[in-house]
Design a binder for this molecule. Structure first.
Ligand code: ZN
Length: 383
């Protein structure tokens, strides 16, 4: 055979191998790590059990149900609304793997916008995963995703995104942001249908209290804060004071009435639940950050942010210790503990009582902050 054909065949073969390897790697992003339920989980269902149109779509997502021995109220924890904000995803996982519920029922969604976990934001250099050693010494890889639904699952974006319930107009890419889609729409795009499914869950189960767990860049004004719908302000005020007494500096913000599509506004307006949205400081999504890596997502240690702090650009204190994932997850879990207590005191006929949730003290405050990322939080994770 002609030499030319042989070298051509070899090159074609190599190209196919490279295409196969990189293609498989890319396709594997669509499969997400399964989250092992802890001893307090009594049932796992799917969001499509509340809104059947989501069945077999990339938006369908597991709902972990933790029923107490005694009846009571019901609460819902939304982790992973924005999958590039890892503390919300991890706090939901730590809750469902560790907590046991005594009174009432807790529902947990670790993958609220499941589709958004299957890709990264373009041109951000985000890590694709976060790695931990579990308490049994096993390796556990969790995903770092995007703020918004994967365009493979919802395309194209309109030039202008119009929020169905209010007519509010936002830039086109916000059409894939589930926290601009509530109360959702049964006949809407995938993001609106997932939001609608969550609203159906809240209505069907008569959820009393909802937590939506987020992070924000250190230069964003609403940070280390809880945003509450007006009907939750009494509970939020008591909970915030308790958090401050225990040494957690946290602000309380009222949900703006003219900012539409967000959990703290629409879930409060369209359902009977009392919604709270909590924010911690995540340098890996900030605009002033230096090198973007898994390490940054887990430690928050970044010279660029220490410098930005010295210039007065930030809304949180920032030094070389950063803001570790232990601190950020600890804030979320301690917030859930205190706001739930305040709720149960105000509604003693429908209490939600749980134990064994890792506290801020256990996760963070008792350490000197010298070790990085994974090891301490890993003690509370199972594979
Ligand atoms: Zn967010």
């Amino acid at each position: 055979m002609n030499k030319k054909y042989i070298s051509g065949a070899i090159l074609l073969g190599l190209a196919l191998i490279i295409a196969f390897v990189t293609g498989s790697d890319y396709m594997s992003l669509r499969e997400l790590p399964e989250i092992t339920p802890g001893p307090g989980v009594t049932k796992v269902v799917m969001l499509s059990d509340y809104f059947s149109d989501l069945k077999d779509t990339p938006g369908d997502t597991p709902v972990y149900i933790m029923e107490g021995e005694n009846p009571g109220g019901k609460s819902l924890i939304l982790g992973g609304t924005h999958p590039n904000e890892p503390s919300g995803h991890l706090a939901a996982i730590l809750f469902l793997q560790n907590a046991t519920v005594d009174e009432g029922t807790v529902f947990v969604l670790p993958y609220t916008n499941r589709s958004a976990f299957t890709h990264n934001d373009p041109q951000e250099g985000s890590p694709q995963s976060m790695n931990f050693i579990t308490r049994d010494g096993e390796e556990l890889t969790l995903r770092y995703g995007s703020r918004a639904t994967n365009p493979i699952h919802q395309w194209p974006d309109p030039d202008v995104y119009t929020h169905q319930a209010s007519g509010q107009r936002l830039s086109g890419s916000e059409t894939r942001n589930i926290n601009r889609a509530y109360p959702g729409a049964a006949d809407g795009n995938l993001t609106e249908r997932v939001a609608y499914g969550i609203v159906q869950l809240i209505k069907a189960e008569d959820i009393n209290l909802t937590f939506d767990l987020h992070e924000a860049s250190p230069e964003y004004p609403v940070i280390n804060a809880t945003v509450s719908h007006e009907k939750g302000m009494g509970i939020a005020a008591v909970g915030t004071m308790e958090l401050q007494f225990s040494g957690i500096d946290i602000a309380l913000e009222p949900s703006p009435v003219n900012l539409r599509g967000l959990t703290h506004r629409e879930l409060g307006d369209y359902t009977d639940t009392i919604p709270f949205l909590m924010e911690t400081a995540n340098a890996s999504q900030g605009r002033l950050r230096g090198e973007t890596s898994e390490r940054l997502a887990l430690t928050g240690q970044d010279k660029a942010y220490v410098f930005a702090e010295s210039l007065g650009f930030l809304y949180v204190p920032y030094d070389e210790k950063g803001h570790s994932i232990e601190e950020r997850v600890g804030r979320h879990l301690q917030g859930i503990i205190e706001f739930t207590k305040a709720y149960s005191e105000q509604y003693p006929d429908k209490p939600v009582v749980f134990e064994n949730v890792p506290t801020y003290e256990q996760l963070f405050a008792s350490s000197d902050g010298s070790d990085l990322g994974g090891p301490r939080i890993g003690q509370y994770l199972i594979k």
